[in-house]
Design a protein around this ligand. Sequence first.
Ligand SMILES: CCCCCCCCCC(=O)SCCNC(=O)CCNC(=O)[C@H](O)C(C)(C)COP(=O)(O)OP(=O)(O)OC[C@H]1O[C@@H](n2cnc3c(N)ncnc32)[C@H](O)[C@@H]1OP(=O)(O)O
Length: 149
Amino acid sequence: MGQSFCFGCSPDNPIGLHLECFPQDDGTWATYFTPARYHESYNGIMHGGLAATVLDELIGNHLLKGLGRWAVTARLEVRFRKPIPIGARVKFVSRIVREKGSLFQVAAWAELPDGRIAVEARAEMMARETGLASTTSFSQEFKQLPGLE
Ligand SMILES: CCCCCCCCCC(=O)SCCNC(=O)CCNC(=O)[C@H](O)C(C)(C)COP(=O)(O)OP(=O)(O)OC[C@H]1O[C@@H](n2cnc3c(N)ncnc32)[C@H](O)[C@@H]1OP(=O)(O)O
């Protein structure tokens, strides 16, 4: 398998989020992320699309590293309840709700340091038969990927 450049979790992606996702005792998975100014939307708050990206990434890691399933995101619904302040250390958590065939329903959320829920999401993830993370296999198809020269 080739080197992964996953935007969310690869340590080798120079502009990636470098997330480290880990299992918890209750079967959920979690990661921490502290947004900096360059993750901002309006002044002082984290960009919502990036918060959704962190949740999406956590869910993908949960299924891959927790269950050994390579899954793509088929649907992602996000509700933004509270702004995430720049500089806040936020905990993101995912929980598998249902598995039906190759389709997984997963709930995920972001917790502010004071315990309030800032973001809630529900995802539908479609498991694929083979590994998806290899940039080698993609580059065989596309010959050259911008940013990976
Ligand atoms: C290095 C490690 C990194 C790990 C973390 C990575 C996390 C990041 C995750 C991502 O960002 S993945 C990238 C973003 N997602 C994609 O690129 C997915 C693009 N979409 C697809 O590839 C296809 O649409 C998909 C695989 C989801 C489904 O296509 P298929 O051709 O396999 O299925 P099809 O559309 O024929 O549907 C098959 C069945 O699934 C059902 N289905 C498909 N999508 C569904 C959905 N969202 N909800 C419920 N059912 C769904 C569909 O109704 C149907 O049911 P029936 O067979 O009963 O008719």
